[in-house]
Design a protein around this ligand. Structure first.
Ligand code: BDR
Ligand code: CA
Length: 310
């Protein structure tokens, strides 16, 4: 049976890879893209989502989400993704428009109309999902699962303690973690093990398909941040891990942990605190991904990208 997914995203280079993988995979029925502020402001993430769906030639509705986090001041990650959120890579002009329904309303209506069937995947700051959970108290029991790219049990990438998606809206993340429906977390502990090395990207070269060329263009511009920050010669494709897992969970190893989000403003603001000994009984009990067969993940990705025709 296909997994029915609403993908809440902030494209974002790695979001774009996740969307491309999603749209090429029959295991997934993408019910809609909801867009949030995040890597760059909402006006740009929304335009990127519309441009990507148009470029991929898919008929997927795109919904406008929130422009700001719940409480904290907005931040972005244009230092990683460039001012246009796509590393300066320009998509062709498109004429797609967002659906007139708000992202939060779409999430609520879609989940409540299909109880137990819809998976919510959050690969940006979790503001839209948190608002939907607050606006519809029955959402948590009607959603099949919530899966996120976000957090880090180890060191953060935006502060020493916090990963970007959680740091960009820690209060929203806390609502999601405390909803009882978060099942699986793909944090930096695993996504920093999924690096797009030259060998892993090699099958995309000469594929002669415009999506493969787009991905290669993204990777080229994205690599600078990882070289400057970590001294790595290959970038991490964070968000794409969640979709690869939806297609083939055997790619990942997970560990059941209790995890909570620190919302105290200070050095641990936005940190996901993990407890593998399950002591903190109030914290969310979730599967935390900590290892991946990255060669197999990229082989899957390349095989799916090869399905796009010019
Ligand atoms: C996460 O932050 C964003 O910059 C990426 O798109 C990803 O969702 C990684 O920390
Ligand atoms: Ca993202």
């Amino acid at each position: 049976m296909k997994k029915k997914i609403i993908l809440d995203c902030d494209p974002g280079i790695d979001d774009a890879l996740a969307i491309a993988l999603c749209c090429a995979s029959d295991e997934i029925e993408l019910r809609g893209l909801t867009v949030t502020h995040g890597n760059v402001p909402l006006s740009q993430t929304l335009d990127n989502a519309l441009g990507l769906i148009s470029f991929l030639g898919r008929d997927v509705e795109v919904y406008r989400g929130t422009t700001r986090p719940l409480i904290r001041k907005p931040i972005d990650a244009s230092n990683v993704h460039g001012n246009n959120g796509l590393g300066g890579v320009r998509l062709p002009l498109h004429s797609r428009k967002p659906n007139s329904k708000r992202a939060v309303d779409f999430i609520i209506e879609e989940v409540m109309a299909n109880p137990g069937e819809i998976s919510l995947f959050g690969i940006g700051p979790l503001t839209n999902i948190a608002l939907a959970l607050r606006m519809e108290p029955m959402l948590a029991s009607a959603v099949a699962e919530i899966v996120i790219m976000g957090g880090a049990i180890g060191e953060g990438n935006t502060t020493p303690a916090a990963e970007f998606n959680l740091y960009a809206d820690p209060h929203a993340a806390r609502v999601v973690f405390e909803s009882g429906r978060l099942t699986t977390m793909f944090g930096l502990d695993v996504t920093h093990r999924a690096l797009a090395t030259a060998e892993r990207l090699a099958p995309l070269k000469g594929m002669g398909n415009k999506v493969a060329d787009l991905v290669l263009g993204f990777m080229e511009s994205y690599q600078g941040f990882y070289a400057d920050t970590y001294g790595w010669d290959s970038p991490a494709i964070h968000d794409m891990c969640t979709i690869a897992w939806a297609i083939d969970p055997s790619l990942f190893q997970t560990k059941r942990m209790r995890v909570e989000v620190d919302t105290n403003e200070g050095p641990n603001f936005g940190r996901s605190v993990g407890d593998s000994l399950l002591r903190s009984t109030d914290a969310a009990l979730i599967d935390v991904a900590f290892d991946v067969d990255a060669d197999r993940l990229f082989a899957l990705f390349a095989a799916r990208i090869a399905r796009y025709r010019n």
